[in-house]
Design a protein around this ligand. Sequence first.
Ligand code: ADP
Length: 822
Amino acid sequence: MSDLEIETEGINDAHDGSLDSVTSVFPSTASEDPQKKIVVPELLAILPVRDTVVFPGTIVPLTIGREKSKRLVDAVITNTKIVGIVAQRHSDVEDPALEDLYRVGTAAAILKLLKLPDGTHSIIVHGLVRFGIEAITQTEPYLIGRCHTREDTVSESTELDALVQTARQQAQRVIELSPGVPEQAAEVLGSIDKPGALCDFLAANLQLNLIQRQEILETFDVVERLKKTAAHLAKQIDVLELSAKIQNDVKGQVEKQQREYFLHEQMRAIQKELGQTDGRDVEINELREDIRKAKMPEGVEKEANRELDRLTKIPQASPEYSNSVDYIEWLCELPWSISTEDHLDIKQAEKILDADHFDLEKVKKRILEFLAVRKLNPKGRSPILCFSGPPGVGKTSLGQSIARAMGRKFIRMALGGVRDEADIRGHRRTYVGSMPGRIVQEIRKAGANNPVFMLDEVDKLGQDFRGDPSSALLEVLDPAQNHSFQDHYLGVPFDLSRAMFIATANYMDAIPAPLLDRMEILEIPGYTSFDKLAIARTYLVPRQREENGLTPAQLKIDDSALSAIIEGYTREAGVRNLEREIGSICRGVAARIAQRRKHPSVIHKADLSEFLGPVKIEPELALRTSTPGVVTGLAWTPAGGDILFVEATAMPGKGHLQLTGQIGDVMKESAHTAYSLVRSRAKQLGIDQKRLSDQDFHIHVPAGAIPKDGPSAGITMFTALVSLLTNRHCKKDVAMTGEITLRGLVLPIGGLKSKALAAHRAGIHTIVIPHRNEKDLIDIPPDIRKQMKFIPVEKAEQVLTNALAQPTRANAPKRARSRKRG
Ligand code: ADP
């Protein structure tokens, strides 16, 4: 029936019949004679199989369960041992007919039959050659079909060689990547030299489904078969590489964690052996103890403990660890429940205020009232006091005295240049290097939650795109809100309501309106020369002497010297520079004593130049006002009142007015108003109309580098223009202040007291003031009121009458002179 010879012995020896060892599809090691063609018998017993494709050249175990198949095996095993193995299209068909089978299968030799106790048969078959079924000729007792052999079509070509080489390389890669494949697989692969057989071997071993395998079986053209196989191989490599990468990554992570854990455990064990405890454990325990001791409010303590729990899970070396420790330390170090005890005795407070400060009666009185109310009703809403005045008038030292009188800590926080909300409230902890805001920092420094908290220079508060710090300050000052002040860094509320806030400002106008609204302003406008002398004598000299380690026997400064310092070396509303100059003298004397050089024990006026150098401030008043067109005005600056000169001059032109001297819009407008008034009243004022149309005018306000603004120089400008145009110079000891209108009215101004003090310092004896400011004269110290003359005016003409001298002969208009001559 068959001309086929099959050598089965070797294979049977290799597989001892135990099916368990046959787990894969092996290539046949039968030495096939390449010359010998395998031909399939015309009528072949057909064995339908489910979900399996047997390829030529492979040895495959098959389980036989169906009775019909068993009959077939039993019949064939005693006969030719050759069966045609064909895959069923659908695995659920029990008794397949021709249409249920693929038309191409593999003729195979049964190498071994094994009958198992459960009644199933197992066979090992060796695939030989492809065949095609033409028809089924018999269905019982098993299928028999009329078949014909299907040869591979193959012709030598470079493409074929290239495909074979690629397939081999790919297969090699698959073997490398598949951990379960034995090393011998590569050798087996190398031993297969027929390209078609190579494909069959690979297809049998790749993870393909039935349809893909059958497709390869039905591809008789070897080049095509190689291409299809290569595609499957490439896909398999992709999958294997990806899974290898995933496995590697996972493995890497697990290994790192395991390694760290292992090292940590080792370290702990070593430390335990050495009797040391883990540094981190110690730190965490300390923090836990600190949290307990800090007596925080419940919510805050909860937050601190939550952070501590988090800390135990963070590696000590990570930056997050130290950030977290910092945060907990901040929480622990804040005086949540530490307050100093108030001992508020109003009599004692009065004594302290008097001991530290000369005069300032009005302010002291208000402070004492304030303290008395606080004593009677500690929980009441007291206003925020704000000391307003030029530098060096004692605002800070008043604050310090209040703290001393109440027995509280004193904090001074300068607000000058604070432009960012975060300066007050801090940055959130998500920012690198974040810190709490200044309020919380200062409270920690103070170590008590009820200090006297001085917010210095609220008028210097800036504002920019990073948020308005004044709104944060509002929250600080508002008794309705400040019991739960939120700092961004802390993230938990802090109660500021026990602190006593005091603000200071140089210049009230610059305080943000909502803040101003919350505050009660106490003005300290500055001191007269007389006050300064008293302050220097009783406060500054003793203090500086002590600071420089001198005794009263070693140094005294007599009144003549002190007055000379006040007049010739300082020009200020406060006493800061005065104190500095006194300090210089003390240092000079101390140095001489240390060097054992001779020194005067009483400093007189004549000794000053030796210690302080030449006189710094020359009286320039007389010089300035000796020409028509120059008039002395009074200004109000953040540094206190000051005198100011207005200079007017004329040049050929067409009646234009030019203004210089860094003057602001309001001051410019008052210059134009003054000019219009002069023009409109030229005739009454005795001014030559022609001069007004033939000339340009220039008003300058020195010093040119200092910005000036406000309407109060109106009458000064008016007077300067009239003085120029009528050739009458201004009396040199007269100064003036007042706003002017187009109708020639003089309107009231602010800061009269500061201005009067400045005028007095500058040697002015008469001040022209708006009639409506007359009521403010009460604030002016009596000795100054005695020494100076204040002239209230309602109309511009009255200013001229009081300020301008009568035209002298030399100053008389030219026309008059020529007429006289003529
Ligand atoms: P401010 O805060 O207004 O700028 P300070 O409080 O710093 O001024 O005062 C400057 C110096 O002048 C301080 O040494 C202060 O004691 C002293 N001083 C100011 N006014 C008086 C006063 N009325 N009596 C005694 N010393 C004064």
